[in-house]
Ligand binder design. Structure first.
Ligand code: SF4
Length: 561
């Protein structure tokens, strides 16, 4: 086992026996074989695109399969065996169609040396055989074959591709026209296929890595538009944290369509719906405000589930990611859906075409449950979606000109277990009162309860939503640039401090690099897959840095570094 693609890799190096996330060695090998197989499929998709032979179904499959490997999404060996088999069958089908079209066009057979990924076969669909094969084709395989820095950037590219794929799945759920996503799909094929070459130059890999950031940002923007089109433009909303008297269902993850389906089926049933983690942002959408049973947010970010879920007493639905090995105390009440899976955890099947997802099983479980045990009281304010935050552009620009706002500090990204993450609480609370704080993603739980006050009537803390909503922050910055008559992003008094955890937050960092934004802090640790020369290169070109003490960072941030 060799996995270092999230912030919780053991000792910030690598999980080599079992994952800190709970991923077992066999699942890690199966994921490696799935990635290996998808590279083969991508190779033929790249060839077949010229002939228009890549179907929407294959693109969707590719996106779902890649998303399944994002940290904390899917831990089911059975599921990975099925995905590997489908990847190889799809590869062979695309290959056969492509070869026929090629033969017809060129009057000769397609001949090219093939990587093993493009031609490996198996005798039977067998979990043990797939696991054994996977153990030989993981990250370490390329360690031996490639320049270490090229390898580091290629791994970064693969993680970014997983992030883009997860956004593709979210966009598909929201019925975004696949044609709008075609650049992302083509890029996925191109990037995976590219990693099959053994003589890639560092600068070429870097260009693809940067392009992945651009495409990730576009994908976030598409999703934001789709959410607003379906559920309305988010409005600043006070979300209560108390527990009510009815039994409830706790929803975690990013999937707003699942939340709508659940609300529709629980309205007037006496079952309340509570949000957890990234689902918090649901409260801000006008379409959900008519459901009086969307009552509160329960608990904090994803990593708190082992202590918070048992106290909820009712069933819990994990919609997109961030599932952890369940404790016995709530295992039977846990439900997964979408690409999320943990062996033994009940799974709610995908919705049938034109229908809502069937949540009757989880609703029945809720009706038998006790009301939640209160964790805390109080309230959060969320919902500075694109329209709401853009309304503040002139006011913020004026406050910058009059130096009432000296710096905008973006603290965005994902929360996690490391105790060093208390840095984000301490930093936000210690920032001078002349700073405006923008946030997206569940790192906000580190400071959302704090009263930051206002600057000239502008709340000092503005929460735009989920980590997927990071594109809103970029749009707001572009609006400020225009209003202030500036052309260079780096002329804005803004500092980015990105709390990374998994592959979607890697995309945020890459999007900032692609925009040539300087002085980005990434923490609580720098990615373990970056080699020292790659860290030097990113520091030289983009001013990438890790976090320091709160005092040192505030001094540096306020000095514009
Ligand atoms: Fe370790 Fe993260 Fe990989 Fe899990 S996803 S095995 S915690 S590096």
């Amino acid at each position: 086992m060799f996995c270092y693609h999230c912030q919780e890799a053991k000792k910030n190096l690598v999980c080599d026996k079992t994952g800190i996330c709970g991923k077992k060695e066999n699942v890690s090998s199966l994921q490696d074989l799935l990635m290996f197989s998808l590279k083969g499929l991508a190779y033929y998709c790249c060839q077949a695109e010229e002939f228009g032979l890549v179907s929407d179904k294959t693109n969707r499959f590719m996106a779902r399969a890649l998303f399944s490997m994002v940290t904390n999404v899917n831990f089911s060996a059975t599921e990975f065996v099925t995905l590997i088999d489908e990847a190889v069958r799809r590869r062979d089908s695309v290959r056969d169609k492509f070869k026929a079209a090629y033969q017809q066009k060129h009057q000769q057979e397609f001949q090219q040396p093939l990587a093993e990924e493009a031609e490996w076969q198996y005798d039977a669909v067998d979990e043990q055989a797939f696991t054994d094969k996977g153990a030989k084709v993981g990250v370490e395989k390329d360690h031996e074959l490639l320049d270490p820095d090229v390898h580091a950037l290629q791994e970064t590219l693969l993680y970014a591709v997983k992030g883009i794929a997860s956004l593709a799945v979210h966009n598909l759920e929201m019925k975004v026209d696949p044609l709008q996503y075609i650049d992302q799909y083509r890029f996925i094929h191109q990037a995976l296929s590219f990693t099959l070459n053994k003589d890639n130059e560092l600068e070429d890999v870097l260009q693809l890595v940067l392009h992945s950031g651009e495409l990730g940002l576009t994908a976030m923007g598409l999703l934001e538009i789709a959410h607003c089109k379906k559920f309305g433009d988010p409005v600043p909303t006070t979300v209560y944290l108390d527990a009510m008297d009815n039994p409830g269902i706790l929803v975690s993850g990013h999937d707003l369509q699942d939340i709508e389906d659940l609300l529709e089926q629980t309205a007037d049933t006496g079952v309340d719906i509570y949000t957890h983690g990234e689902a918090l942002s649901a409260h801000a959408y006008p379409a959900f405000k008519k459901y009086f049973n969307l009552v509160a947010n329960y608990g904090g970010a994803w990593q708190a589930q082992k202590t918070e879920f048992p106290k909820f007493n009712g069933p819990i639905l994990v919609t997109t990611n961030s599932i952890q090995q369940p404790k016995k105390t709530y295992e039977e009440k846990l439900f997964s859906t979408g690409m999320v899976a943990w062996q033994g955890v009940q799974h709610i099947a995908d919705r049938k075409a034109g229908q809502r997802k069937d949540f009757s099983k989880i609703i029945d479980a809720a009706k038998q449950s006790k009301m939640p045990t209160a964790l805390t009281e109080g309230a959060f304010v969320t919902g500075y979606g694109l329209k709401a935050i853009m309304k503040l552009t002139d006011q913020v620009a004026e406050a910058i000109k009059s130096e009432k706002i000296k710096r905008i500090v973006v603290i965005a990204g994902t929360d996690g277990r490391h105790k060093e993450r208390k840095y984000y609480t301490e930093l936000s609370e210690a920032l001078p009162e002349t700073t405006l704080i923008l946030t997206a993603g569940d790192v906000k739980y580190r400071f959302l309860a704090h009263d930051f006050g206002q600057i000239e009537g502008i709340p000092r803390l503005l929460d735009v939503g989920q980590s997927n909503d990071f594109s809103i922050i970029i749009s707001f910055m572009q609006g400020l640039l225009q209003t202030l008559g500036l052309s260079d992003f780096n002329a804005l008094p803004v500092s980015f401090n990105i709390a990374w955890y998994e592959q979607k937050t890697i995309l945020i960092m890459l999007a900032l690099f692609a925009m040539n934004v300087e002085n980005i802090r990434v923490g609580p640790t720098l990615p373990p897959f970056f080699t020292p020369p790659i860290l030097d290169l990113l520091a030289d070109r983009y001013g990438l840095k890790g976090i320091d003490t709160v005092e040192n960072d505030i001094e540096s941030i306020m000095a514009g570094n």
